[in-house]
Ligand binder design. Sequence first.
Ligand SMILES: [Zn+2]
Ligand SMILES: [Zn+2]
Length: 348
Amino acid sequence: MTSGKAFTTFLTILGLSLALATYTAAQAQPAAPASDSLKVTFCGTGGPLPIRNRAKPCTAIQAGGHLYLVDIGPESNKNLMLWRMPTATVGAVFITHLHSDHIGDLGEFNMQSWVAGRPAPLLVIGPAGVDHLAAGFNEAYAADHGFRRAHHEHDGVKLPIDIGQITARVVTLPAPGEGGVSEQVVWRQDGLTVTAIAVNHYPVTPAFAYRFDYKGRSVVISGDTRKWPPLAKAAHGTDVLIHEAQNVAMNQAVVGFLEGAGQARTASIMHDTLTYHTTPVEAAEIARDAGARALVFTHLTQAGLPIFTPEAFTKGIEAVGFPNWRLADDGMTIDLPVGGDQILYGHL
Ligand SMILES: [Zn+2]
Ligand SMILES: [Zn+2]
């Protein structure tokens, strides 16, 4: 036997042995039951401006065998696909508000989850205007869907045009009640309840936060808002508050730099953003007042700045007395197993 042949024989035997061992192990160990949990995956944690390694806002929730999204900002669909998220199992996409950085990848997500075998049209739930959003993307992608169907629909592969559509459910929240809270349950399925909560992102109105409750575990996603005490009431007792945040000192530093560089227009726009976002310290106050167990910052518009560090971003937060916080990044996960109180952080 030549050395080449011997090596080939060795590989064959090794392969057979490994296959046999795998088969034997599979026979000996019954599959462990899939753990039931409420799971969060951050599919976009940046802001409207480009930041390497951060897509624009997108938070994925998995519960009861379905995938849900809160916002689907530009670049976030790429994350979902690279991570092999089960897009065909999508139950609904919840939109917080209609700023472009929260909606830009809706057409791509719709197309890709349709091609992946989604069994029904994509349901989008959100404030007034999501009906126009759906209609616009449907029109923009009509030619694409026709091309894909014409080319790929054969030998058992079906791409029904009607399944490839986005359908919208507009939510109109009731007048504020006790504590200024305006909220409404907008989803109930397979143990999951989703509640839309009015927040204050004026002049962007209406704007929603969303609370996800699943078998005793919960997360609240703030959407975009200035500090809004009613959100603390609506988020009462949640496991994890996921809150947007913007640091005022960093904003002022950038505005000063832009003015010094002769970019008055960009400086003016930057300065405007202070009026409708929440500072990290204020978000910690909301988490504390809500009795949340943990706080995670997302939508980190300033994370791309050279002056950004977690310490500088959260300066002054110690005084709030809510130490259990962290910053999200793309790919970070939070797992909340049902039947316990663990908060398990991970990363894809
Ligand atoms: Zn916004
Ligand atoms: Zn935003």
